[in-house]
Structure formats: C-alpha cells, structure tokens
Design a protein around this ligand. Sequence first.
Ligand SMILES: Nc1nc2c(c(=O)[nH]1)N[C@H]1C(S)=C(S)[C@@H](COP(=O)(O)OP(=O)(O)OC[C@H]3O[C@@H](n4cnc5c(=O)[nH]c(N)nc54)[C@H](O)[C@@H]3O)O[C@H]1N2
Ligand SMILES: Nc1nc2c(c(=O)[nH]1)N[C@H]1C(S)=C(S)[C@@H](COP(=O)(O)OP(=O)(O)OC[C@H]3O[C@@H](n4cnc5c(=O)[nH]c(N)nc54)[C@H](O)[C@@H]3O)O[C@H]1N2
Ligand code: SF4
Ligand SMILES: [Mo]
Length: 686
Amino acid sequence: MVEMKYVPTICPYCGTGCGLNLVVVDEKVVGVEPWKRHPVNEGKLCPKGMFSHEFIHREDRLTKPLIKQPNGEFKEASWEEATDLVAKKLGEIKSENPDNIGFLACARSPNENIYITQKFARKVIGTHNVDHCARICHGPTVAGLARTFGSGAMTNDFKSIEEADVVFIIGSNNMEAHPLFGRRVIRAKKNGAKIIVADPRFTPTAKLADIYMEFRSGGDVALLNAMMKIIIDEGLQDDDFIKNRTKNYQRLKEIVSKYDLKKAAEIAEVNVEKLVEATMLYAKADKAAIVYSLGITEHRHGADNVMSTANLAMLTGNIGRNGTGVNPLRGQNNVQGACDMGALPTDYPGYQKVVDVDATRLIEQNWTCTLNDCAPGLTVVEMIHAAAAGDIKAMYITGEDPVLSDPDTNHVIEAMENLDFLVVQDIFMSETGKYADVVLPAAGWGEQEGTFTNGERRVQLVRKAVNPPGEAKVDWEIMKEIAVKMGADPKQFTYNNAEEIFDEMREITPQYKGMNRERLERPEALHWPCPDENHPGTGLMHVNTFAHPDGMGVFEPAEYIGPSELPDDNYPLILTTTRTLFHYHASMTRRCKTLDNELPTGYVEIHTNDAKKLGILNRELVKVKSRRGEIEIPARVTDDIKEGEINIPMHFAECAANMLTTSKELDPKSKMAELKVCAAVVEKME
Ligand SMILES: Nc1nc2c(c(=O)[nH]1)N[C@H]1C(S)=C(S)[C@@H](COP(=O)(O)OP(=O)(O)OC[C@H]3O[C@@H](n4cnc5c(=O)[nH]c(N)nc54)[C@H](O)[C@@H]3O)O[C@H]1N2
Ligand SMILES: Nc1nc2c(c(=O)[nH]1)N[C@H]1C(S)=C(S)[C@@H](COP(=O)(O)OP(=O)(O)OC[C@H]3O[C@@H](n4cnc5c(=O)[nH]c(N)nc54)[C@H](O)[C@@H]3O)O[C@H]1N2
Ligand code: SF4
Ligand SMILES: [Mo]
C-alpha cells in the first residue's frame, strides 16, 4: 500500500517564514500542501514556497564527500578519508595561527547547525573569524538598530502592519522578495492605509503606492533627513516621545537642518512636491510604519541609512505600538537566527560581545574551555580580502556561495584560489565548491530537525520528512566528527539530536532562554525576547522602554556620504542589483523546473530613453562593463527604472551581477559592501 504523510515545516526561502506541509509518499517528497492555519501565511504561499519540493531529490545533489586530486578533478572519498584530511589540514594551519582560518555559517540551515559552526570556530579552532551572509544583507540593520534602539531586529511582528494608517516602504520590493508579508501590506491598504514607496525602480510594490517617490540609488540619507527637517520645521514632531523616551535630539535637529528641499532634490533627484506630500502623510498619521530592506542596507553608508529610518520613527513617536515601528524585512529563512546564534565575529550567541570579559567567562563555563582571544574576528568581505592577501590560509564554508553572491567575483575567485585549503559543505556543487579542496555533502531542508527564526523573531520548528540522499549528513553531525578528530572533548560535542543543541544554546542566549521544544510545538511558536519559561514571547518591542540599559532610544543623525563610485564619462550609468519573484539566489530555485521555466536567465533593465540613445532594443544581447569585469546579458527595455540607472538581478551565474559590483569600500559601522550602487556602461555587441 502507498504510504502518504504530511510533514508540517517552514519554507526554506525567505525570512517571512511561511508554514507549509511537505507531502511524502514512499519516502519521497512529492509536493507541497498549504498549512491552512499557519499564523504567518494562513495557507497561502508564493511560487517559491509552492514548488520548494522540486530541488530535494534532484540527481545532482551531493551524496558523497569529494576530494580534489592533483590534476584538479574531484574524486569521491569516504567520510573517514575526507574528515581525516580536513582535521589534519585545519590542525596544521591552526598550529601556525588560529586566526589564519575563517568560517562562513549557513543562514539557510537551522539554528542548531549555525550554533555548532560558531562553537567549532571559537572552541575547536580558537578564532572569532566566523560570519555569514547577513554581513552583506542586513548587517547594517543589526549595527544601526542596536545603536538607536538597543536591539538590531524588526520592532514589530508582521501582522501589526495591517493596523497602520500609513506604510512607508523604502528600498524593499516585498511583493517579489517577501510576498506573504506583501499580502499584509495589501490588506493594510484595503483597511484604508495609505502606501508610500521610495525606490529607484517602479517595482510591483511601488505599483501599489498612493505616493511613489522615484529617486536616485544611494540618496536615502538626504531624502530621510529632508523629511525630518520638514517635520521639525512644521512642528509635527512628537515632543512628549522625544522628551520621555529619547536622547540626542538637539544633535539630530542640527544635522537635519542642513537638508532643505533644494539639497534633497540635488542629491537624491527626488520630486520635492511628492517628498513634501509623503512627509506630511507620514508625520500626521496616528500610526505610521516604516518597512525597509536592502535598498537601505547595501551601501557603504548602510548603517547611516538604517539609523535615519530609526530617527524618523522616533521623531514622530512611531515606535512601540501596533501599526508603527521600523520593520527591516530580513532576507534568508534563518538569517535572523544566524545572527542570534552568534555567527558574527563580534558576538557570541544572543549578541553578547566577544570583547566583554563577563560574556566570555559565561561562554567558557558553558563550553568548559578557555577562549584565548577577545579581539573580534574578520567579517565576510574582510575574510575574502585577507584570503586574497594571503593572511587567511583556510576557509570552511558551510552553505554560502561567495563566488556567486559576494561583490567583485574575479576578486573572490582570486581569494579562493589563493587559499591553502578550502572546505565547502553544501547540498549542491556551488560555484564556490568548484574551488574547494574538499566538498562535504550536507543534508538539506526537509532532511533534518531544528528551528528557523523568521524576520519577526518568531522561532519555528522545522521537521524531517525524508532521509538525506546518499551519504549526506546534517551539518552539525559533520562538524561534530571533525571536532572530535581535532581533539575536542567528545562530551562537549556529543549531541543525540538537534533538541539537545537547542537546550545548550538557550542556556547562554538570554533572548531564547524561555523556549523549549514543547512550547515551540504550537503553530504560533514564540517570538524572542522570551527570557523565561513562563514568558509569552514578545511580538511588539520597545513598548515602554528601548533595549538600551537606560531604556532610552538614541537619535543617531547621519550626514549624506553617498556611493563611492559615481557615474563618469567612461561608466555613465548607475548599476543596481536586485531580486525577482521566481528565483531565490541561485542554487535551489534554479534547480526547480517550474521556477526556472518562468525565468530561465538574467537581464539588464535599462530605461527606454537610455536604450534609445544607445540604439538598444528590448531583448537584444548587450555587454555591461564596470571597472571590475564585464558580462553579456539580454536587455530589458522599460520605463520602470530611473533614467541613468540600470538593474541586474543577482541570481544568474551565466550573467552574474557580481562580476561588476565592488567590494573596495565597506561601511565602517557594519562592513557592508556597496551592492546597490556602482558605475557601469552598457555597450552594443559588435
Ligand atoms: N524572490 C526572492 N525573494 C527573496 C530573495 C531572493 O533571492 N528572491 N532573497 C531574500 C534575501 S536574502 C533578502 S536580503 C531579501 C531582500 O529583499 P529586497 O531588499 O526587497 O530585495 P532587492 O530586490 O535586492 O532590493 C529592494 C529594492 O531596493 C531598491 N534599491 C536599489 N538601490 C536603492 C537605493 O539606493 N535606495 C533605496 N531606497 N532603494 C534602492 C531596488 O530597486 C529594489 O526594488 O529578499 C529575500 N527574498
Ligand atoms: N549583487 C548582489 N549580490 C548580493 C546581493 C544583492 O542584492 N546584490 N544580496 C546579498 C544577500 S542579501 C545575501 S543574503 C547573499 C546570499 O548569498 P548566499 O548565502 O551565498 O546565497 P544562497 O544561494 O542562499 O547560498 C546558500 C548556499 O547554501 C546551500 N544550502 C542550502 N541549505 C543548506 C544546508 O542545510 N546546509 C548546507 N551546508 N548548505 C545549504 C545552498 O545550496 C547554497 O549554495 O547574497 C548577497 N549578494
Ligand atoms: S513568502 Fe517567503 S517564506 Fe513565504 S512562501 Fe514565499 S519564499 Fe517562502
Ligand atoms: Mo539577504
């Protein structure tokens, strides 16, 4: 008889964290069925979630460890051989200097794997060189909101947006990138909310707007400061909130007073009537919410942009109530968790600082070890630079694909080739895997138990539906084996299941302390902070006090800095890079037939007038160049982008956006690279 079961779990793609059921027949996942009462998505899914089962049983899954031979070819190896080699090489390099090794954790995989990755780096190797993709995603959110609010996470939960009177969306295309959050924005609109969208592109999200502000990539600080100046000039600030709940207002006033409409128009190329209209709408609303994402963060001044959104919300008292708040839409399914778990070179789990001696003592006690070095480690892009310079000699990359995802591909490849030893642990052969010495096959989504933390800080159970293919193993099991081979106390890495790892983690992670498997079994799960087992969890943050020790919010005014590379005669266009509805980065959706059929390759969006000047027709193959590299790519001629800007989606290795982007300048506050702006030129093919 055919046996069929439904396994409830959480979508493996974006940080919305939708619930779904995997349909399993005879040990194979054959489809996805809605989870009707799931509190996040209420049974609805976007196309990525709907077809998420299609990559699981792909023939090209990694099923055995691979070791690169002297001739450059990979050869299948046993686990014994592969882990011996990894333990030996890491041991050798560690004995020279532990900081010669760098780790990237996997924000696509459960918290338990990520916790073990950072524990391995810190305890077994003795380095804080552990980071992950949040660095080039919402790193500025973590840094910027921590400075202003005392906690670097989304202030409200998703459903709160439905109570807003005004929703101000800046640099987020949630109708494509977070569609089931987007659905709630549509509901807010139906409830009577006015929608403001600021974006250099007239995106599907912008098409919902009552006021759409087109402006120039990189101009956010000027635009937001100008809004704050108007509010103060008009006396629309919330004096009580400022007085009772914030610090540093005078400084904010001084700085934003320099940003009049003329300056905003010059820098941000924004229509000033629309700017005034949008500002009035936001400032006069009883409940106004800010929603942002990478358009705000992916700049060398990303943290300044983030802090400016926080300043605007505090200025108008739009914090601590439903329908208000600063709502960064986190990217990866478990990137919030990866930050919470301490896959950060500056932080242990729960944002306890590695430079804080008391925090270090607490972790040492729990891990029964001595952590030697209190200096923070290197971030993602710094590790790549250090590898290229020969200062990092080995990298252990779990579930990240820097050759495709990190800025300036040629530079990343140079760095990977310069390493003495590279381990890549993935579910597929990634672009980065090709440069590895050892490739280790990991179990993927649907093949392991654990937890994901979504963008609204909701910690949800993910469940195992089928066994991993071939000899693939769960990430934490692989690292446990290597840790023991490297001499770690087996007791310290002996876990029988993910729950035991979660229980160890919550002991040292204040935000998760009150969570346990039983409590997380409920569909609504729990939002952190959840400090004890009687605590109901926290959907809405900063209700009466901010998360700083004195409870006060801090205005952190920013001056406009702007992008490092502006258009010139040789590279006259601004290139921005974005996402599309049907693809999610690359490795999984490009292997889902239904999704790849919808959009089989990339394109460069160019404004109709710019295309005309260059004599370029829609769908024509063109060359796009920057100071770093060049690609050939079909043109998509459209009016939905600002003149003078072009846009390339980041998903396609065959016409990779990151061949063109720059990693030279990093945000000093967060180490973010400028993925949303560089200078480029489009040429007709000969
Ligand atoms: N379908 C799909 N969904 C995804 C992903 C995916 O790959 N595919 N990835 C996930 C991840 S990891 C993340 S982080 C999120 C990202 O989600 P989003 O940030 O919404 O995605 P992007 O398309 O990268 O960028 C958002 C918008 O920023 C605009 N923008 C460009 N430059 C600027 C600027 O200077 N200022 C402002 N204000 N806006 C600008 C772009 O035009 C774009 O519309 O999506 C997640 N969801
Ligand atoms: N130009 C440009 N570049 C960008 C961006 C942009 O907007 N523009 N956005 C940036 C952002 S926001 C992000 S988040 C990054 C994303 O960059 P990456 O993190 O590199 O992107 P993913 O494709 O999600 O990589 C995840 C890898 O993990 C593997 N994987 C999935 N599940 C598991 C698992 O359980 N275990 C293991 N070991 N591996 C697994 C996948 O096969 C894949 O190879 O890209 C960044 N790069
Ligand atoms: S909105 Fe995000 S979490 Fe929900 S189904 Fe789509 S990709 Fe998955
Ligand atoms: Mo991201």
